[in-house]
Structure formats: C-alpha cells, structure tokens
Design a protein around this ligand. Structure first.
Ligand code: R5P
Length: 322
C-alpha cells in the first residue's frame, strides 16, 4: 500500500492539524507564499513520489484566492509524481451556482468540479454540498460526507424534546428532514423567495411552529439574510423567540454578525469546515475532524465510506428525557 500523507492549504491549517492528530501522523511540509503581485507559489518540503496524498483546503472566503491556491497545490503534487491525489475541500464554494436561473449565466459549480480534476485531483472529498446532485458534476471520484449527524448529536438535549426543526427554504427540506429524523423531531418549512436585489422575503411557513422552540438548520450561513428572515417569520407565526440556528458552513459575510445578533436567536452552532471567524454570534463550533480523519483513513485503506456513518454516528432513538 502507498504511504499516506496529509497536507494543508492556508484556509484549513487548524482543521488539518486536528485531522492529522487523529490520524496520528504529522502534517506534511509545504510552504505557501505570495509574490508581490499576489500570485501564489507553493513548495513541497519533502518527496511525495509514490504517496497517497490528501490536500485539505476549504474554499472559504476569499473564495477565489483559496480555490486558486488549491489548484496550484494540486498541480505541484501531481507534478511531484504522487500515486494518488485527493482534494479534501470541506467547504466547496460556487455550489450555489449549480444551474442557470435565467439566461446567459454560468454553471460555476460544474466549472469548479472540472478544474479540480484538471489541476490533478484523482478524487474529491467534501461535506454538505449545497445540492447533493453536484456529486454528478465530477468526472473523478467524489465522496460526499455530511455533518448533519454531528450537528444533531450536538443538539440532542432533553430540553429540546418538543422543538421543531425548520428548513429555512424549500431547497433545504431534505437536509432538515434528515436532521429531524436524527432527533425524532417534527419538521416545518419556510417558503422563502430571494428578490433580484438579493433581499430575502418569506411567503409563509408550512408546519406547526406555534409555541415551539425552532431549530433552523441550513447548509450555509453567508450574510445571514436567510436566517434573519426565517427567524422573523417564525416569531411572527408564534414560535418561541429562543431560536437555535445550526449550519454546516459558517461563512459569515457582509452583515452576518448583525443579523445573527437577532434578539430571538439564542444559539448559533456551526462546524469548523470554515475556520470560525471572530463572530460573537457563534456560540458553538462542532469539529468535523473525526469525520474527516475516519473518511481519509477509509479512502486510504480502500474501505467503505458509507459504512462510516453507522459506526461513528448511529441513528439513535429520540432525545432522551431529562
Ligand atoms: C440557500 O439556498 C442556502 O441554503 C443558504 O440558505 C443561503 O445561501 C445562505 O445565504 P445568506 O446567509 O446570505 O442568506
């Protein structure tokens, strides 16, 4: 079997360290520098010939810079004759541009998938893609992991036994349904529309939220516009003004800080797929390092990834009584 090696891009240093600690191996040596004109240069510090190499780099903001750095890293490893090269992209950017909504638009998610392969990746690992169908955009092997069981475990608290899980838009209904199943809670769905200006408008809520504590679950929090609008609508519909917000990827762009400081939001839980920004509204960060370490180990050993979940995160009954 080829020797395993793990490297980190500049967006995922802390997460990659946690993963390598769990794998009981040192993080590989790679130097990433910028030329005065902002071009990126990388230099691998040791031979990687014939190795099974994993490069961990989230495409977190600044997205284009992180992606370009990842492409350059992959190119360097490919040219250094690795045996197999896996791009581990815990948060993959551009996945919200996965179709044309109007004429004359790009399908950037497909472009990024192609570029990862062209840069040299034999395989891509990512977590909670905006739409699972994006797996099919890759011509190379793709392992799609989910942090939903981890977030559910984090909120498996007796005081939340009567909570209601809320999808902040129709597109997140499946994600929220899966999350609700892990906690054996009921589900409500917010009917959201994004205006051309980018502003979020709520048209209605499907499901019973009156007098209940809502747990709003999303894949991404960017500007917090979706969450803010959902929270307003939930409170107006009679839900308890003690909303818990959970999401896999906390990008926290623009006015996110202000929107998440909403008086009706009591907790914001995200994972470390994106290095947590210094956003005071975040109350808890759940690490995906165990999930990633186990996935990488299994990929290296050619073992099943789908069997990882029942082992690490078994489907439990419901929230236990206090
Ligand atoms: C939308 O479909 C996504 O699932 C997120 O709800 C959205 O992208 C979050 O963006 P923002 O926080 O800017 O509303």
């Amino acid at each position: 079997m080829h020797e395993m090696a793990v490297y980190a891009g500049s967006a995922s240093q802390a997460l990659a360290r946690r993963v390598s600690e769990r794998l009981n191996m040192p993080l590989g040596d790679v130097r990433i520098t910028r030329f005065p004109d902002t071009e990126t240069h990388v230099q691998i510090g040791e031979t990687v010939r014939g190795k099974d190499v994993f490069v961990i780099q989230s495409a977190a903001p600044p997205v284009n810079e992180r992606l370009m750095e990842l492409f350059i890293l992959l190119d360097a490893f490919r040219r250094a004759s690795v045996a197999r090269l896996t791009a581990v992209v815990p948060y993959l950017a551009y996945t919200r541009q996965e179709k044309k909504s109007t004429g004359r638009e790009p399908i950037s998610a497909r472009l990024v998938a192609d570029l990862l392969g062209r840069a040299g990746a034999h395989r891509v690992v990512s977590i909670d893609l905006h739409t699972p169908a994006i797996q099919g955009f890759f011509d190379i092997a793709m392992d799609h992991l989910s942090a939903i069981p981890l977030l559910a475990d984090e909120l498996r608290r007796p005081e939340l036994r009567d909570a209601v899980v809320v999808a902040p838009d129709v597109g997140r209904a499946k994600l929220a349904e899966r999350f609700a199943r892990f906690l054996d809670l009921s589900l409500a769905i917010v009917h959201k529309r994004r205006r051309a200006s980018g502003e979020v408008e709520v048209r209605g809520i499907v499901g019973d939220v009156r007098g209940r504590l809502p747990i709003v679950i999303d894949d991404i929090i960017a500007t917090g516009g979706t969450i803010g609008a959902a929270v307003d609508a939930l409170v107006n519909a009679g839900a308890r003004p003690e909303v818990i917000v959970a999401a896999t990827h906390g990008l926290f762009a623009g006015d996110a800080e202000t929107r998440l400081s909403h008086p009706a939001i009591r907790e914001v839980v995200v994972t470390d797929t994106v290095e947590p920004a210094s956003v005071v509204a975040i109350t808890r960060v759940v690490s995906v390092s165990e999930l990633l370490a186990e996935a990488l180990r299994r990929i290296h050993e050619e073992r099943s990834i789908s069997e990882l979940y029942p082992t690490l995160y078994p489907l439990r009954d419901s929230i236990p009584p206090a």
